[in-house]
Design a protein around this ligand. Structure first.
Ligand SMILES: Nc1ncnc2c1ncn2[C@@H]1O[C@H](COP(=O)(O)OP(=O)(O)OP(=O)(O)O)[C@@H](O)[C@H]1O
Ligand SMILES: O=C(O)c1ccc[n+]([C@@H]2O[C@H](COP(=O)([O-])O)[C@@H](O)[C@H]2O)c1
Length: 188
């Protein structure tokens, strides 16, 4: 079975993530998509990060109604920051029966060469890249698959900023995530 690992900070998870994951399982050879919630991206500041348990809970809520989605919290039990190569090694060891691929937004491909052991990741796992508005670097490599699908101009940054200004994000988030943010007063 081929599994697409969708690594992310998910701060918070938005409909862009859900659309990407759904298209990946529907229009590629990936059988399932596993959302791997990262406590701390090595290349991002932790300044505006919500607590990792809140981010994990929102990913669980948003993905619960899709039978091909699964949520993985292994990085919560691993050293920080969250180096993807180490998580991949751990998952491959634990699930030798699965063929793991990485799902990335096009923006992340621009910085991919700065990731720990990026060459090894590319050689051993391969990437499925979803385009993102802005600069999408194209690297010619047989282990990178580019998905031709609608651009989604949605980001967690825009959502955080809109909520902080009191604006509506009702249709940018899963309804259960909207309720969770409101009930836990995450941005107040
Ligand atoms: N609209 C989008 N189009 C394509 N890829 C996306 C989109 N939103 C997120 N991704 C990809 O999803 C993964 C997880 O992204 P992340 O959780 O950082 O969301 P984000 O919206 O980029 O957040 P932030 O605005 O806080 O940086 C990354 O690989 C990112 O490139
Ligand atoms: O392993 C690395 O060196 C590395 C460098 C930058 C980002 N990542 C991972 O890439 C994933 C996407 O990050 P983000 O913050 O854009 O959602 C997340 O799981 C990060 O831990 C990993």
């Amino acid at each position: 079975m081929k599994i697409g690992l969708f690594f992310g900070s998910f701060n918070p998870i938005h409909i862009g993530h859900l659309i990407i994951a759904d298209i990946m399982q529907d229009q590629t050879d990936l059988d399932e998509v596993w959302f791997v919630v990262s406590p701390q991206n090595p290349l991002k500041s932790s300044k505006s990060l919500l607590h990792e348990f809140d981010r994990l809970r929102m990913v669980e809520l948003a993905t619960a109604d899709h039978y091909k989605f699964r949520v993985v919290d292994v990085e919560f039990h691993m050293p920080r920051p969250s180096y993807t190569v180490d998580t991949l090694a751990y998952l491959s060891d634990r699930y030798p029966q699965y063929d793991f691929k990485l799902i990335l937004g096009g923006d992340n491909l621009n910085h991919f060469h700065k990731w720990k052991n990026s060459t090894e990741i590319l050689a051993h796992y391969g990437l499925y890249v979803y385009p993102r508005p802005g600069n999408n670097k194209v690297i010619e490599n047989e282990n990178i698959k580019y998905i031709d699908s609608p651009l989604l101009d949605i980001s967690a940054t825009f959502i955080r900023n809109t909520i902080k200004k009191g604006g509506s994000v009702k249709y940018l988030l899963h309804p259960d995530v909207v309720d969770y943010i409101r009930d836990k007063k995450l941005y107040e």
